[in-house]
Write a protein that binds this ligand. Sequence first.
Ligand SMILES: [Zn+2]
Length: 308
Amino acid sequence: MGDRPSGAREGWRHPVPPGFAWPPGYRAAACFTFDVDAESPILFDHPEAAGWLDVMSHQAYGPRTGVPRILRILDRQGIKATFFVPGYTAERWPDIVRSIRDAGHEIAHHGYLHEGARSATGPEEEERRLVRGLEALDAVAGIRPVGYRGPNWEVSYDTPALLVRHGFRYDTGLMDADHPYHLAVSPEPGAPTIVELPAHWGLDDWEPYNYLPGITGSGVISSPADVVARWTLELEALVEEAGLFMLTNHPFVSGRASRAAALEQLIERAKAIDGVWVTTAVEIASWTASLDLPSVVHDRPNLEAPSR
Ligand SMILES: [Zn+2]
């Protein structure tokens, strides 16, 4: 049994887990991230779409139009962001990926062809994909990422140990906490840890906005005003809880004009709240790694004998 982020039996009285604190002068953090999926998730799930120009053009909007617009917004706002880039995206759009790097933003790992962990036959296949993504980012941009986000947010019980084996320092995508924590890679006593930066589907732009007939979405496309109002509620509530606001946008989705404009308003709001640390995932991970925190163990449920 490991410690949960809420700590011991009386932990419910305190919103901030034992041992956790933000750097001096800060009371919460906001991290703006962009998953540069481009064609990769569609090609992984629907290889036949490689022959569909309409669908490929929808995905190409990200690197061709969305990324430059987002880079302009981040430059105007004077903040740094984290871009999760599948290896295939780097190979297909090398100059775009280099432009993200050259603008000083963090580039992190997001699979090779955006392969969800549940599609892997086992840890060997997961590892092959991880390595192929690393090789692509290195070859295209000379980048050795230290952060990882599972495509489709899919993470297996093998993933954390693979990340540690390949020198990663953080994962972002588990959904069990409001604060960063030290994730034990296995239930073994003394197991190594990696920093986890928790996220949530509610802070992802894919669900409210994205629609590709027959592939994803219902066809009901939300107003950017409504989406950003919802995200602002979560930002303000998480600040009161001293938590981490981890927002995930996709350049092919939120790079569109009115969505990007609304996102810029949200960035302005985050910057305007006193004590909010607006920074990259790697900065938050480095800070968290420096803290003396209990390891959080995720036990695989045993259907025969529930342990919790
Ligand atoms: Zn993705």
